[in-house]
Design a protein around this ligand. Structure first.
Ligand code: UTP
Ligand code: MN
Length: 498
């Protein structure tokens, strides 16, 4: 038998509430402010000694601050006491007298603070290693509390971390994968290159493993583990296969396990049925694995803009994704298309697709109708994928439409290229959430959601922001509204390259 009553209760002892200055005792020694270290002394003895000193006119603080002049400790090892004191982040530790209980006892006996002698002192025995660390402004563990431009001063480290993160992703080891992505994101936000490992002191998200990789790079210019990964057959093959539009890690893994190692292996394998997306992926592989330039993104913007405004004069088109963050190149171009009339937005994408088809520039189209259902709100599943109407396209872009010409491969004599374009169509009352969600970066989005959940008890996704405490949805018409609801400083799109 097991009764709840038989479980021994642990009673929490409540500490006597003490004021930092004596209330009833008269202060006789204005210039002396004591702090008694509880460790070793114990809380009840500390409380007794505090009352005693106060009754004799001493000021005794309960909290160690820069106001304290005398720290008193009992039976304490100098080294552990000093380690603790240094962790207290005081500004003027050197001005504080760190004293043994003998000074306190003598002072109580005399009824006044006795002169400090060497025998009273608990001296710092710890060797101070190297120069003191330069204090840096605290860097947040959340990317949404950092400003990260496209200028990356630590590419040598972040490229290495990305290789390892990707390799862990292929092995479905989410923990270490995320750890390397977070570490890379922190380094990207720094205003300068990390010159030595000591300079990473105080930075969040850098663990033993990441630091070991950094140390090797600092010393030898490269890290063994990264080199090994890059030359690993499995990594190379999965990287190659997932570079095809429509091929995710799961499919890539399946093909690898079948012994396939190259594109010609895949295309020659009769048992493999490529889906429409993958077929287009192979067909346009050279073009769509080539970066899209800003000028090309602008030209595509013009094409979509024309299409939207041919449908409705008050149609809205917004560039989002990496190009909105100011990137010079991208793997695709992302746009939001919508209209102020609620409900009308779902018809936009099908009409745009029709027009692109008639223009003869639609090379591939994967259209996903809206599954967004407001009546189902509050939905409990906040997720990565959103429910808005959207399409993943491959478009034919003419060189004549691009200012300065196409970003083509050398020796390519065609006057066009294939480009990946994504369109998403949220209802107008969800516009701010969709814009914030599609602007990225992925790491910025991850941390926005994590911050909302962990620090604010809120759920954020591409559709909405929900306050779990108040049990209500928070409305927003701009991105600024969402940052404000979250109690975050506004971060401009070009500062979200986390
Ligand atoms: P992209 O994959 O296009 O990345 O997703 P990017 O930042 O523009 O960089 P490029 O294209 O590689 O240069 C843009 C944002 O859209 C969100 C992603 O989370 C990312 O933040 N997104 C993408 C969605 O929310 N849903 C999707 O179905 C796809
Ligand atoms: Mn993009």
């Amino acid at each position: 038998m097991f009764h709840a009553a038989m479980v021994p209760r642990v009673r929490k002892r409540s500490r006597p509430a003490e004021a930092s200055v004596p209330r009833h005792d008269e202060v006789k020694f204005e210039d002396v402010r004591l702090y008694l270290v509880e460790r070793k002394m114990g809380s009840s003895r500390r409380s007794f000694l505090t009352q005693l000193a106060r009754s004799k006119g001493f000021i005794v603080d309960n909290v160690l601050s820069d106001m304290v002049t005398h720290v008193v400790s009992e039976d304490c090892q100098a080294s552990s006491l000093w380690t603790w004191l240094k962790d207290c982040a005081l500004k003027n530790l050197s001005n504080i007298q760190v004293l043994d209980i003998s000074w306190f006892t003598e002072s109580m006996r005399e009824g006044r603070p006795v002169a400090v002698e060497t025998r009273h002192l608990i001296q710092d025995t710890l060797p101070t290693e190297g120069p003191p660390p330069t204090p840096v402004a605290a860097v947040s563990q959340y990317a949404c509390q950092r400003r990260t431009t496209i200028e990356n001063n630590n590419k040598i480290f972040t490229d290495a971390f990305e290789v390892l993160a990707e390799s862990y992703e292929f092995s479905e080891l989410e923990g270490p994968c995320l750890a390397f992505r977070r570490a890379a994101s922190v380094l990207k936000s720094l205003p300068m290159a990390v010159p030595c490992l000591a300079a990473t002191q105080g930075l969040p998200c850098l663990g033993e493993h990441t630091k070991a990789v950094m140390e090797e790079i600092l010393r030898y210019g490269r890290a063994f583990e990264v080199e090994k990964t890059l030359s690993d057959e499995r990594y190379q093959t999965l990287k190659l296969f997932t570079s095809v539009f429509g091929v995710g890690p799961k499919t890539a893994e399946k093909w690898y396990r079948r012994g396939l190692r190259s594109f010609s292996d895949i295309l020659a394998e009769p048992s493999i049925q490529l889906n429409q997306m993958q077929q287009s992926g192979f067909l346009h592989y050279e073009d769509i694995s080539r970066a899209v330039s800003k000028a090309e993104a602008r030209a595509l913007g013009n094409i979509i803009d024309e299409a939207v405004h041919a449908i409705t004069p008050d149609g809205i088109l917004a560039l989002t994704g990496g190009f909105r963050r100011g990137k010079e190149f991208g793997h695709d171009v992302d746009f939001i298309v919508t209209t102020p009339e609620l409900g009308m937005e779902t018809s936009l994408i099908p009409i745009i697709i029709n027009r692109l088809t008639r223009q003869g520039i639609l090379l591939y189209c994967d259209y996903q109708a809206s599954t967004f259902d407001k009546s189902k709100l509050p939905c409990h599943r906040f997720e990565a994928m959103d429910h808005f109407a959207k399409c993943f396209l491959i478009l034919r872009l003419e060189g004549s439409q691009v200012e300065g010409g196409l970003n083509s491969a050398e020796g390519d004599s065609r006057d066009w290229r294939a480009v990946r374009v994504d369109l998403v169509s949220p209802p107008m009352d969800r516009y701010a959430f969709a814009l914030l969600g599609w602007t990225g970066s992925r790491q910025f989005e991850r941390d926005l959601r994590r911050f909302a959940r962990m620090e604010r008890g809120m759920l954020l996704d591409n559709h909405a922001l929900y306050d779990k405490t108040k049990k209500e949805f928070l409305a927003a018409t701009t991105e600024r509204d969402i940052f404000a609801h979250l109690g975050l400083e506004y971060i401009e799109p070009w500062q979200r390259n986390a």
